[in-house]
Ligand binder design. Structure first.
Ligand SMILES: *[C@@H]1O[C@H](CO)[C@@H](O)[C@H](O)[C@H]1NC(C)=O
Ligand SMILES: *[C@@H]1O[C@H](CO)[C@@H](O)[C@H](O)[C@H]1NC(C)=O
Length: 263
């Protein structure tokens, strides 16, 4: 009798222990991964003056135990700004939209676990440089695959790019088809054909053809692609880069768009 009780107790406690270990392992592996790509306003130039970052971190971008960053050495670490410092390393990076996005998503209680950000944006790049098979495309894919090694699921691509495609009428004209092809190729190579994409319609530009590029972005015709409009966001003295405040607003808008995908 008593040995039977012991046996039952013993097997119950073993069961409890192994379940707990499994779910704890699950929690650390169940990250929600977001790919950040595009050019400088995704990499982040908020708070840059005379080539230096002012080191101001707004409350919306404060680091959290729940937000990780996949660094250039392909290791997860606590996300601290600037998120792209070792990726877009030829330029000085400041505040971008990534941390404001992540913190805003966490506040929405979407039950998606911890957040893993995979920075891939490079300043000054045109959409043609992101074509399938090119170095930027390959780097994005290899970082995405490496980020998945520790478990987790890719929830979305956050894309902010196009300022450099406003310099020539030819590039502006081809922007929509190039962008659609880029999204389609990336989804196909990640084997996630319906992967949500949240992209930004330009607030600023390097050349005169901003309206053409914005039109392409706002009219993009693919399922599961949402566009948030950065027009009117605060821009810094260079007339091109979003201020810290502008980046925070864009990050929050992208979080709102992501929440719509989860609704
Ligand atoms: C681990 O996560 C998967 C996928 O989210 C889920 O189906 C499974 O039930 C989880 N296992 C435990 C032990 O929590
Ligand atoms: C999320 O959960 C926290 C803690 O339970 C709560 O204070 C907060 O109001 C919730 N936010 C939303 C948007 O539901």
């Amino acid at each position: 009798m008593s040995s039977l009780i012991w046996l039952v107790l013993l097997s119950c406690s073993t069961l409890v222990i192994s379940t707990k270990t499994a779910s704890e392992a699950n929690a650390s592996q169940g990250k929600s991964i977001f790919i950040l790509a595009g050019q400088s306003n995704m990499a982040g130039r908020g708070g840059i003056k005379r080539g230096m970052w002012d080191r101001y971190v707004p409350p919306e971008c404060k680091p959290s135990q729940k937000v990780l960053r996949f660094n250039a050495q392909q290791k997860w670490e606590k996300a601290q700004p600037p998120l792209h410092r070792d990726i877009d390393y030829l330029k000085t990076c400041g505040i971008g939209p990534g941390l404001a996005f992540a913190n805003s998503v966490l506040k929405k209680n979407l039950s998606i676990g911890d957040i893993g950000l995979v920075p891939c944006a490079i300043g000054g790049t045109q959409i043609s440089e992101w074509r399938r098979g090119g170095p930027l495309y390959k780097q994005l894919l290899s970082r995405a695959h490496a980020a998945l090694q520790g478990g987790g699921i890719i929830r979305a691509i956050l894309w902010y790019q196009g300022e450099s495609d406003t310099r020539s009428q030819e590039d502006a004209k081809l922007y929509k088809s190039r962008l659609q092809k880029f999204f389609t190729d990336i989804r196909s190579d990640l084997k996630l054909p319906k992967l949500p994409v949240i992209q930004v319609a330009l607030a600023s530009a390097e050349g005169p053809y901003i309206d053409e590029v914005r039109k392409a972005q706002l009219e993009i015709d693919l399922p599961n692609v949402k566009c948030v409009d950065a027009k009117g966001m605060k821009i810094g003295h260079d007339g091109l880069h979003l201020s810290t405040d502008g980046e925070v607003q864009v990050g929050k808008m992208m979080a709102d768009a992501f929440a719509q995908f989860m609704a």
